[in-house]
Design a protein around this ligand. Structure first.
Ligand code: FRU
Length: 440
């Protein structure tokens, strides 16, 4: 019996190769990224151009539901609640990012959504604008409202030259406030808005600061999109976000290129090192999610892709899927891939040696003939994937502007493969359970 139990503890220890605090960052290498390709299992159906606008006066894009601490869909007096970035349609489609706020939606059936406006006082909110985040309803009925506080991208003419290129100066910090929530016949109400506070700022070591970006940056810096996640296997809580490499990993290392054989023949194109995306993580130290310990990134795409946006997690038993959205235009020179939901799978813990799912890394991609029809996919713990209609092409190849909820997709996760199994209604969200519950 002694032997058996010591063997067991060895095998358990062996499956947890990394502690969450370890300085181990998985890489998405150039070699792996060469395998990005559309497949039947991961290509979304074409979206009908006859779509309805869920909120006709505002552009609507990145969307996330209110979730309980364990990840389940929150249901408040029968209502499901979603938050989304919104901007008045008086701004052009492309200018919407510069005046983004977070709007609230609610629905009794998860299909017909009512737009309830911006639930906070934007004179109190931090940043010139508020970018994507997540929202958690705790056991006391407090809504923890996480977002990105972003500076004015139009300040000083909007663009500046940083030695290499014209870039956007938009400093981003992770912020939060809280609300009480109530619901009645007239809908859902967020009240008792707390002071807004900054949770985290880039440290320069693991995560690029705006000053470092000014030195060598590319396109736009990234320190945004806080996602609250309670690991069902450990009970520990985390905030995960989109970052870019700080000084200690901001150069191309052998593992960013590929294995020894690949490295012998592969030449890394010039400027690839300016594409330095990563997925950041901090451990939550208190019940109110205000004290955070910043940790080394979970994954990086240095030399591969500049942006790993809106990272989030799906868990199945001991298998972790780290999901993120990325764009065609943010791939480093010499590589390409579609706008899509990318996934990385690993075993035994949240910090693990993630590898691209399906061999390709793609979980959901737009069809080749409609390469920008949707974006900002977000997978719930049960594999329902929401997104927004972005820039679908019409019959004449003309770009249309979406700015509303896209049809939800259902994706199955099985070992190191995934598959789109169903298309649901526009913006549809069915009740879902906690992270770690088996996915059907
Ligand atoms: C993804 C994204 C997010 C950001 C928001 C800004 O669509 O780039 O990373 O929070 O849009 O509009």
């Amino acid at each position: 019996a002694i032997l058996a139990s010591s063997l067991m503890s060895v095998s358990v220890a062996a499956s947890f190769k990394w502690d969450i605090e370890d300085d181990y960052t998985a890489t998405w290498s150039r070699q792996q990224a060469e395998n990005v390709a559309l497949t039947e299992e991961t290509t979304a159906p074409i979206i009908d151009l006859d779509f309805e606008d869920v909120a006709p006066d505002v552009w609507v894009w990145d969307t996330w539901p209110l979730q309980d601490r364990d990840g389940s869909l929150s249901i408040v007096k029968g209502y499901r609640i979603a938050f989304a970035l919104v901007a008045p349609r008086t701004y052009t489609w492309h200018d919407r990012h510069t005046e983004a706020r977070i709007g609230m939606f609610y629905s009794k059936n998860g299909k017909d959504w009512t737009y309830a406006g911006i639930p906070y006082d934007y004179d109190k909110a931090l940043g010139h604008m508020q970018w994507a985040g997540s929202a958690m309803l705790d056991e006391q009925g407090k809504v923890h409202f996480f977002y990105t506080a972003t500076t004015d991208m139009n300040a000083d003419g909007g663009k500046e030259f940083n030695k290499h290129d014209w870039v956007r100066r938009a400093e981003q910090r992770l912020a939060k406030t809280t609300f009480d929530i109530s619901a009645d016949r007239n809908g859902v109400h967020l009240t008792n808005e707390a002071d807004h506070q900054i949770l985290l700022e880039a440290d320069g070591e693991h995560y690029e600061t705006i000053e470092q970006f000014q030195e060598h940056g590319n396109i736009i810096t990234g320190f945004r999109d806080p996602f609250f996640f309670k690991d069902p296997n450990t009970g520990e809580e985390y905030i995960i976000w989109e970052g870019q490499a700080g000084t200690n990993r901001d150069y191309i290392k052998p593992e960013n290129i590929g294995d020894a054989e690949y490295r012998e023949t592969h030449n890394v194109p010039e400027r690839a090192e300016f594409y330095n995306g990563n997925i950041g993580i901090a451990k939550v130290l208190d019940n109110d999610v205000t004290e955070l310990e910043m940790l080394p990134p979970l994954l990086e795409s240095v030399g591969v892709n500049h942006q790993l946006e809106r990272p989030h997690v799906v868990v199945k038993g001991d298998t972790y899927y780290l999901l993120t959205i990325s764009h065609e235009f943010t791939f480093a020179p010499g590589l390409t891939g579609p706008d899509g939901l990318y996934g990385f799978v690993g075993e035994g813990g949240l910090r693990t040696d993630y590898k691209p799912v399906n061999g390709t890394g793609l979980v959901v991609a737009n069809p080749a003939e409609k390469p920008f029809q949707a974006y900002s996919w977000w997978a719930a713990p049960d594999g329902q994937v929401i997104s927004f209609i972005n820039e679908p092409l019409d019959e004449n190849g003309q770009v249309q502007f979406g700015g509303t909820f896209a049809p939800t997709l259902k994706v199955s996760f099985d070992g190191d493969t995934t598959k789109i199994v169903k298309e649901m209604g526009a913006g549809e969200i069915k009740p879902f359970g906690p992270y770690g519950r088996s996915l059907r």
